[in-house]
Design a protein around this ligand. Structure first.
Ligand code: NAP
Length: 324
């Protein structure tokens, strides 16, 4: 079996960890993994844990001298970025170094929902900026979007019994329109397993790929949780005008103070709600229209975590929250 050398920037994060786990367990190929961690993050416990599992931990200053970065990437087959979206400049530098080092495939940090390239979500526009750069420098790439994570979709239960495993946001506590807009979901733990398939697959080179587990409306998410928990949920429906007004409100705060992280997060989460909960962007049909390959067609045998089984685990106390 051929060995594929993969370098990952952001390997210690949620998406990055899913990818590392899957590559280490994959039977698609033998993957050799380099974790390009920021020097300041070298002592993160997760890095020690990855090292014990055979991952090479390489301090990489993406803003540092280019020749150092090129040296780090020499001999690497695939570079994957899962770094925070605010670090677009870092990612652009990483892409340029990958091109100069002769990397065979670059996977930028998309890993988000399907949305129009411009005009609806600021976060999406940053991701598209990186893609524009990749195309400009003719770097071989695969752009992967994954739908909305199960782990950030469940609303609070009145009893508080699933608080340990959920992330409460305006997009969990409010439903767009009448709650019947379809939205593609994925378990974050499956993302790495999709990536292992995609990067070992020549059909996905220089393509956009959309993978997802299940399409569910917001009402269906609430219905499943109500049925399995036996608890009743309040449903707070928001119109397009209401969501847009909240986006404008956070933009006004940001125009006074661009460093206001709370306002930036709020804008981003309402933009997501506008995109997938109102416009209905995050569905396989729209992905196909935008030119993505469909993961369901590429990998019909892929066994994913079902939404109901995810919810049962969370209710049974066996869930694991993200960003803990
Ligand atoms: N589809 C969805 O529902 C969904 C949900 C959440 C996120 N996402 C997407 O997934 C992407 C990755 O997000 P994530 O939540 O997996 O990442 P995360 O857990 O926040 O981790 C990001 C990693 O990036 C590295 N990093 C580089 N520069 C950084 C900086 N300035 N500050 C903090 N970390 C930095 C860190 O690794 P080192 O410290 O080792 O350098 C960190 O562990 C995001 O771009 C986001 O759009 C999608």
């Amino acid at each position: 079996m051929a060995t594929v050398k993969v370098a990952i920037a952001g390997a210690s994060g949620e998406t990055g960890r899913s990818i590392v786990n899957a590559l280490l367990e994959s039977s698609m190929a033998k993957f050799e993994i380099v974790n390009l961690t920021r020097p300041a993050s070298l002592d993160k416990p997760i890095n020690a844990e990855m090292k014990s599992r055979g991952v090479t931990i390489a301090p990489a200053e993406l803003t540092g001298p280019q020749d150092k970065l090129i040296k780090l990437l020499s001999g690497i087959d695939v570079v994957i970025s899962t770094i925070l979206v605010t670090d677009r400049d870092d990612e652009t530098r990483l892409a340029t170094a990958a091109k100069l080092a002769g990397v065979k495939r670059f996977v930028p940090c998309a890993f988000a929902t399907v949305a129009p390239p411009r005009g609806v979500m600021k976060l999406r526009e940053l991701k598209e900026d990186t893609l524009d750069h990749i195309l400009k420098i003719r770097l071989p790439y695969t752009f992967i979007d994954v739908g909305w994570w199960y782990q950030i979709t469940l609303p609070r239960l009145p009893s508080g019994r699933i608080d340990y495993a959920i992330v409460v946001t305006p997009a969990t506590q409010n439903l767009g329109l009448d709650g019947n807009v379809p939205n593609a979901h994925t378990d974050v733990r499956d993302i790495g397993r999709y990536v292992a398939r995609i990067i070992a697959d020549e059909r996905t080179l220089n393509k956009k790929v959309f993978v997802h587990n299940e399409v569910l409306t917001h009402n269906q998410v609430y219905d499943v949780l109500e049925r399995l928990s036996g608890e009743k949920l309040e449903r707070n429906y928001l119109s397009e005008q209401e969501v847009t007004a909240r986006i404008r409100k956070s933009e006004a705060v940001l125009s006074q103070n661009p460093e206001d992280i709370g306002a930036a997060m709020e804008r981003s989460i309402y933009e997501y709600l506008l995109s997938w909960g109102i416009r209905g962007d995050n569905v396989p049909e729209y992905a196909q229209y935008l030119g993505y390959l469909d993961g369901k067609e590429l990998y019909p045998d892929f066994e994913f975590v079902k939404f109901e089984s995810f919810v049962k685990d969370v209710l049974d106390g066996k869930g694991k929250g993200v960003y803990r």
